[in-house]
Design a binder for this molecule. Structure first.
Ligand SMILES: Nc1ncnc2c1ncn2[C@@H]1O[C@H](COP(=O)(O)OP(=O)(O)OP(=O)(O)O)[C@@H](O)[C@H]1O
Length: 247
């Protein structure tokens, strides 16, 4: 069953239109990288898809009851601050109604390499450790779809790669992941599909090799990149901003 369908989804804020006419279908087995410059509308798309923002058009998730939505999708918002000094294991267990001994809790903590942090107060962790704990909480929800807004921001390179591999593994297991991120190299390497937002519109959607062209990277991001292929996967190395033509 399709994990997410967006039909002509639009968000208006006064005269601004941070999301315009977004159409997207995400199937089981897909790890979709949502990329675009700052302010392109990535968070707006994710929040509107979840029904957290008033939107025109249709989202299959937003149409569900809150309980059905929580079974269908886990959401990792962009804000990372943990306000409650509760033990890490209890924070992750919130995803399973507070059941510390639920197997999903142990599995998610192991996958995010936070098992050893279990007894520590969640507020007494480093920023990257807190980020991994919050990803673990989202994973522990054990939903068919994960929507994650910049989950790897603040993680060290090893944990960034591990996290993207995990998302790819979830997709290979038949789940669906939509992950907003700024790291083009990791998006190219680990996502099965790339969706590009620019100025509130989806401007490209397809396999990483097809989407991440020199022309698109220059037009959308204003950067020149080195594009290559290593170990059978595309490689994108941002090199320099392209001078914008003067009006
Ligand atoms: N609460 C808000 N009130 C008014 N405008 C907002 C609000 N949140 C976001 N915006 C605007 O909506 C547009 C899209 O923002 P959004 O957060 O979706 O972008 P993004 O692609 O996630 O950006 P980033 O990569 O910087 O996180 C931007 O122009 C932003 O300034």
């Amino acid at each position: 069953m399709t994990a997410l369908v967006l039909e002509h989804l639009s968000v208006a804020r006064g005269a601004q239109q941070p999301l315009q006419d977004a159409c997207l279908r995400v199937d089981p087995g897909e790890c979709v990288g949502l990329i675009g410059p700052n302010g392109a509308g990535k968070s707006t798309l994710l929040r509107a898809a979840l029904g957290l923002l008033p939107a025109a058009g249709r989202s299959s998730l937003a149409a569900l009851s809150p309980a059905a939505r929580a079974r269908a999708a886990a959401f990792l918002p962009q804000g990372r601050e943990i306000a409650w000094p509760m033990p890490v294991i209890d924070l992750v267990a919130l995803a399973q109604g507070g059941r510390r001994d639920a197997p999903e809790v142990a599995a998610a903590m192991a996958r995010m390499d936070v098992t050893a942090l279990g007894p520590r107060p969640a507020t007494a962790l480093s920023g990257g450790e807190q980020a991994r704990v919050l990803i673990a909480r989202a994973l522990a929800q054990n939903t068919p779809l994960l929507l994650a807004d910049e989950p790897i921001a603040g993680l060290d390179p090893a944990h960034q790669i591990a996290c993207m591999r995990l998302f790819a593994d979830l997709a290979a297991e038949g789940r669906s992941v939509v992950v907003a991120l700024h790291d083009l190299a990791l998006a190219a390497r680990h996502c099965t599909r790339i969706v590009v937002l620019s100025g509130g519109r989806i401007v490209a959607d397809g396999a990483p090799r097809a989407v991440l062209t020199a022309a698109l990277l220059e037009t959308v991001f204003g950067i020149r990149c080195h594009l290559d292929e290593i170990e059978g996967a595309p490689v994108v190395v941002p090199l320099a901003p392209v001078p914008r033509a003067k009006a």
